[in-house]
Design a protein around this ligand. Structure first.
Ligand code: LRH
Ligand code: MN
Length: 430
């Protein structure tokens, strides 16, 4: 793998200065966990297999409907997005896949794009279709919906686009299609709520029929936005019923920001898993709406509780346990690479804390209704600083011990600011 963005010597010399301190912290944590009958090396071995995919659209600055404030040196096309994602992977060693979005990442030569990604140490995760925007020269507008539009021509156009995404994904080596649509209404009475769902199911059946045998389709629910009165797939209930109607290759994707404030998302995860329909995640964080903030930045405890359910699910697999872990964020005020480094670490930390829960003790306390013991058992794991385990696993995989420090020391963004064209002002997510 010749064209990695950051020199491995730089990573090596960076780690050399920090290795002893991390070893000391690791051994100290190891002794503490051993007193809880937890083998730190066994935990590290599991963490070493953990990974989360990066959103291609997360490598550029995001924005809101009010404005987008670009930064010098941000990527302007999928090629530059891939090299920025490769920086995150080279330093973190837990983000080896990129989830692309079409037509934002459209190119003429997809086999070449796959080789380009592989040369950067990357593979492609689920492909995302986009029928929530009209594009120049499009025959039928999605202004009144896409897969649920009353206009059959608009529905067919949206179905064809999703099937085209599957074809592109096959060339890129993806194994799943994520379908999120903004279809819904802004006024009571504007839409026939049941007929809209029937049109959704009819359209998805045609997309489902185009899936290769080893593929999955992820249905992504969202409470509101861009529709502000009703959304066709607004919650996990609509999503799981649709997935059950479609067939075994249809699963539900949980975007953490797509729920009302204070909804118990970890219980939704447990329910979707119970019925064999937990397909994957779009990790991010939020305080109010679909804020697409950095994972673990607002409510790291919720992220821990989600992974606590995922560790339970792994122990009781239903229809196989293979959820797709992906980040979906909008980096409006930070360097996107720094946010993706920080978020990937926060997600891996939540998983690691869930792994060190003394689960037999927890189950016993739950059976005996020893409420405080059950709560304290979870809390003991949550308040444990697991960064030495993450750092040791990262170093052993060739990553940087202090990813943010090394990224800044590398001067990558300044170098790209000299090389890349300036992106325009504007508004919106990309
Ligand atoms: C919708 C969503 C969806 C993506 C988009 C970028 O809010 O979460 O997953 O297509 O963000
Ligand atoms: Mn999403």
């Amino acid at each position: 793998m010749s064209s990695l963005p950051i020199s491995t010597d730089l990573i090596e010399s960076h780690n050399a200065e920090r290795r002893e301190a991390v070893r000391d912290e690791y051994d100290s944590l190891g002794r503490s966990l051993a007193r809880r009958h937890i083998d730190i090396d066994a935990i590290k071995a599991k963490v070493a297999h953990f990974s989360v995919a990066l959103p291609s659209w997360g490598s550029g600055r995001g924005g809101t409907r009010f404005a987008r404030f670009p930064i010098a040196g941000e990527p302007t096309n999928i090629h530059e997005k891939l090299s920025d994602c490769a920086v995150v992977q080279q330093l973190s060693r837990i983000t080896p896949r990129v989830s692309p979005h079409f037509p934002w990442d459209r190119v003429a030569d997809y086999p070449a794009l796959r080789s380009e990604a592989q040369a950067l140490g990357l593979e492609f995760d689920a492909v995302n279709s986009n029928t929530f925007q009209d594009r120049a020269g499009q025959a039928h507008s999605y202004r009144n919906g896409s897969l649920t539009a009353t206009d059959k021509a608009a529905r067919n156009q949206a179905i064809e686009h999703n099937i085209e995404c599957i074809e592109i994904g096959r060339v890129l080596g993806s194994k799943a299609l994520t379908v999120w649509i903004g279809d819904g209404s802004n006024f009571p009475g504007q839409q026939h709520l049941s007929a809209a769902l029937d049109r959704y199911l009819e359209s998805l059946q045609q997309i489902y029929a185009a899936l290769p045998d080893d593929w999955r389709v992820f249905l992504e629910h969202k409470m509101y936005e861009p529709a502000f009165y009703s959304t066709v797939i607004a919650d996990w209930g609509s999503s799981i019923l649709a997935a059950q109607q479609l067939g075994p290759k249809a699963k539900c994707l949980v975007d953490l920001g797509h729920h009302a404030p204070n909804v118990n998302i970890e219980q939704i995860v447990a329910r979707l898993h119970r019925f064999g329909k937990l397909g994957g995640f779009h990790f991010n964080d939020s305080k109010y709406g679909d804020d697409d903030l950095d994972s673990g930045s607002i409510n790291p405890h919720q992220l821990f509780l989600v992974f606590n359910e995922l560790v339970e699910a792994e122990l009781a697999p239903r229809d196989g346990f293979d959820p797709a872990y992906m980040i979906d964020q909008s980096h409006n005020v930070t360097d996107p690479i720094e946010s993706m480094l920080s978020s990937a670490e926060a997600i891996a930390a939540a998983y690691t804390k869930a792994l060190i829960v003394e689960r037999d003790g927890l189950h016993d306390a739950q059976e005996e209704n020893d409420v405080m013991m059950a709560f304290q058992t979870l809390r003991r794991a949550y308040r444990t600083d697991v960064t030495p385990i993450l750092a040791m696993a990262r170093m052993e995989a060739g990553g940087a011990l202090d990813t943010l420090a090394l990224y800044r020391y590398s001067g990558w963004r300044a170098q790209k600011a000299r090389e890349r064209k300036v992106t325009g002002l504007g508004a919106g997510i990309v």
